[in-house]
Design a protein around this ligand. Sequence first.
Ligand SMILES: C[S@@+](CC[C@H](N)C(=O)[O-])C[C@H]1O[C@@H](n2cnc3c(N)ncnc32)[C@H](O)[C@@H]1O
Length: 425
Amino acid sequence: MMQSPEAARSARALTAELVKAWTYFWPERKLQGGGERGRGERERGGEREGGERKGGEREGGERKGREREGGHNAGTKRRHEDEEASSNKKLVIDHSVKVARHYNSLQEVGLAARSRSRIFFMRNFNNWLKSILIGEVLEQVRGVGSQQVCVLDLGCGKGGDLLKWRRGGIHHLVCADIAAVSVDQCQSRYEDMKRKSYANEKLYSAQFISADCTKEVLSEKLDDPALMFDICSCQFVYHYSFESEQKADMMLRNACEHLKPGGFFIGTTPDAFELVKRLEASDSLSFGNEVFKVSFQSKGSYPLFGCQYHFSLEDVVDVPESLVYFPLFEHMAKRYNMRLVLKQRFSEFFEEKVKKEQNRSLMMKMMALEPFPCEDGGRQATDSTGEYCHAKEHCGTSGRPLGTLSRSEWEATSIYLVFVFQKMS
Ligand SMILES: C[S@@+](CC[C@H](N)C(=O)[O-])C[C@H]1O[C@@H](n2cnc3c(N)ncnc32)[C@H](O)[C@@H]1O
C-alpha cells in the first residue's frame, strides 16, 4: 500500500508518541509505587485503565510535569529507551507453528459433549455476543445499499461462525486460517450445511484458504483477485499477530486492503489494559481461576510488540498470545484508511445490547446464560463454593430466578473487548 511522504512522516511521529505513552504508562507506576502498591492505589489504577481516554489524558499531564523535573527523568527516560531496545530484540520469537499445531490438534466435539463442558454457557455467551456484533454490522452494510454482501472470516477456525453468516443472508464468504486441519473441518461443515439447506435457499458461496495471515498476502490466494469485501471479521484472532510489528501489519493489511470504502473490520480480542491490571494486582506472574489461567514471564515492562503471555482456557485454548496495545493498533489501522468506530469491553457491550428485547430472546435461544437457581433438580455448571454468590444475592433481592454465568466464567469473558473499524472513502 502506497503512502504519501507526509503521511509516512506523521505516522512515524505518532508511533514515536505512542511508544512514549506506553513506556511511560506502565513502568512509571512501578517506579512510583516501588512494586508494593496498597489496595487504594491498585483500585485507582483500575479506574484509570478502565476509562482509557481519561487515563491517557491524565498520564499525558503527569508526564509533562515530570519531564520538567530534569535530571532524574532524563535517566528514567534513558532506562525506558534501553528497556524498549532490549524488548525489541525479543521480537525474533515466532509462535505461529505452535499456535497452528495447537488449533489443529483440537478435536471437534458434538453438541452432547459441548453441553457437558464447564464453560458451556460462557462459550454460548461469546457466541451470542459475536452474533449481535455480526447482525448489527450486516444491518449497517445493507443500510448503505450493499445487497450482495461479501465477507472475509480471518482466523475462521473450524467454522464456528458459518451459521451466523447463513442467518445474515450473505452472498459470498472467504474463510482463512493458519490451522489447515481446522480449515478442512470448516469446509466440511460448510458443505454439509449446503447439502442440508432448503431447496429454495440460496446459501452463500465460499472459498477456504489455509494460510498464515500474519505472513502471507491473502489477496494473492483469492479465486477472484478483484474481490472486495463488505466486512472482515476477525474473532478471537488478532492478538496472535502482535508478536511483531511486521506480523501485526500483515494481518491488518489482509483485513483491510480488500475492504470496500465504508466496509467494516470487526473483531474480538483480549483487552491489554485489563490483562496488565490483573497481572499487577496478582502476587505472582499469573492470574486466573478454575476455568482459565494467564501467565506472564515478567511484569513492570511491557514491550509494544511480542509482549507474550500464556493463555489456557479449560480444554479449548492452551497457547502463547501477545498483548495488543490498542492505541497502537488503532494508529496502525490508519495506514489502511480505517477509522475506529467502536471499542467496548464485553461487559459494556453486553449491558448495552441486553436492553433490546430481540437480543434477549436470541440470548434465550442460544442458552447464553445459565439459569439460576437451576431448573428441576438439575445442577449448576460447578459446585465450587462462591461461584454463584452474586446470583444468590440478586435472587435474594428480587426473589426471581435469573440468567447468569459462574464467577469464574465472568472473570474469563470479561478479559475481552469488541472493536469495529470502518474504511473511510
Ligand atoms: C480462538 S480461535 C477463534 C476461531 C474463530 N474465529 C471463532 O471465533 O470461533 C483462534 C483462531 O485463530 C487462528 N490463527 C492464529 N494465528 C493465525 C494466523 N497467523 N493466521 C491465521 N489464523 C490464525 C487459529 O488457528 C484459530 O483457529
